[in-house]
Design a protein around this ligand. Structure first.
Ligand code: PMP
Length: 287
C-alpha cells in the first residue's frame, strides 16, 4: 500500500513527511485540543457533537484558532479521500502553534491543525469490533486529575494522567480511575457503565469525567429502549458487584468489562441490547 497521507495545516503529505515544528506549543506543553472520531461509510459519526466538544476544549484553553467548523470538516473529508478511506479512525488536533518560548500564551494564535487517519473495520450490524477481547479493568492508585486543576471536559494533548494509570496495569488493559474522594470516574480513554437490577449507571460528569460522545449516545439509546439510566457517584464495590459492566469510547464503541481487579463482572443481556441498538443506529445513519 502507498504511504498514508496526513493533513498539516490543510496540506496533504505522506505520513513520514507530516511534521510539526519543535517550538510548537502542542509539542512543548501539550497546549492543544483534539478529537478522536470515527468515520463509517465515508462520514464522521456525530460530527456536530465532536465539533461542539472541540469548541468547549478551545474555550477552556482560551485558544481562539479562528477556523470554521466547515473548514475543519473539509480538511477531514480531504484526508479521508486522499487515503481512499470510508471506515476509519480520524484524529483532529489544533495546537496553539509556534510562539516565543514563554509559558504565558499569546492571544495572536497561528494554530497548527493536524488530521491523522487510519483504517478501521466497518461498523454497523455487519461490522466487527476493533478490540479482540473484552476489557480487563483494574482500579488504579493514580487518581483522575480534579476538575479544579484541569477540567476533565477539556480534551487536550496532555494525557499523562491516563498514561500513568495505564502504566500501573498488571494483566489488565484498561484503568479504572477514581476521583479525589474515591468515587469511580472513568477509564484512561473511556467512560464506565454498569448494570444492576435498578437499571444502567454511569458516573456523573459533575465529577472529573470527560463527557464522552459514545456515553451520550448510549444514554439516548437506553432511554429510547425504556431501560432506566442513572448518573451518580459510585464506589468500586458498586461496579464489582454489578451484573454487567462496559466501557465506551469512539473507537471501542461498547466494550464489555470481563473483570475488575480480577473479579468477574462481564457483559450480559443489557450490554448486548445496547450494542445491537448502537450498531443499528450506525447502520441506519451511515450505510
Ligand atoms: N474519557 C476519556 C478520558 C477519554 O479519553 C475518552 C476518549 N475520547 C472517553 C472518555 C470517551 O469519549 P468518546 O466516547 O467521546 O470517545
Amino acid at each position: 500500500m502507498d504511504e498514508r497521507q496526513y493533513s498539516v495545516d490543510g496540506e496533504l503529505l505522506p505520513a513520514s513527511e507530516a511534521t510539526v515544528n519543535v517550538d510548537d506549543r502542542g509539542f512543548r506543553y501539550g497546549d492543544a485540543a483534539f478529537e478522536t472520531m470515527r468515520a463509517y461509510g465515508g462520514s464522521v459519526f456525530e460530527w456536530d457533537a465532536h465539533a461542539d466538544r472541540l469548541a468547549d476544549t478551545c474555550e477552556a484553553l482560551g485558544l481562539d484558532h479562528g477556523l470554521s467548523r466547515g473548514d475543519l470538516h473539509s480538511q477531514i473529508g480531504a484526508t479521508l479521500e486522499a487515503n481512499d478511506l470510508e471506515d476509519a479512525y480520524v484524529r483532529l488536533s489544533i495546537t496553539r502553534g509556534v510562539q516565543p518560548g514563554t509559558l504565558t500564551p499569546r492571544p495572536d494564535v497561528d494554530p497548527t491543525v493536524v488530521v491523522v487517519v487510519k483504517p478501521l473495520p466497518r461498523g454497523g450490524v455487519a461490522g466487527e469490533s476493533v478490540w479482540e477481547r473484552d476489557a480487563r479493568a483494574q482500579t488504579t492508585k493514580t487518581r483522575r486529575i480534579p476538575d479544579n486543576a484541569l477540567p476533565a471536559g477539556a480534551k487536550t494533548h496532555n494525557y499523562l494522567n491516563g498514561i500513568l494509570a495505564r502504566e500501573e496495569l498488571y494483566e489488565a488493559d484498561e484503568a479504572l480511575m477514581r476521583d479525589q474522594d474515591g468515587y469511580v470516574a472513568e477509564g484512561a480513554t473511556s467512560n464506565l457503565f454498569f448494570v444492576t437490577e435498578s437499571g444502567i449507571h454511569t458516573p456523573t460528569t459533575e465529577g472529573p469525567v470527560l463527557p464522552g460522545i459514545t456515553r451520550r449516545v448510549v444514554c439516548e439509546l437506553a432511554e429510547e429502549a425504556g431501560v432506566p439510566i442513572h448518573d451518580g457517584r459510585y464506589t468500586v464495590d458498586d461496579v464489582r458487584n454489578a451484573d454487567e459492566a462496559f466501557f465506551t469510547n469512539t473507537t471501542w464503541e461498547i466494550r464489555p468489562i470481563r473483570s475488575l481487579d480480577g473479579l468477574t463482572v462481564g457483559g450480559g443481556p443489557v450490554t448486548d441490547l445496547l450494542t445491537r441498538l448502537f450498531d443499528e443506529r450506525i447502520e441506519r445513519e451511515h450505510y
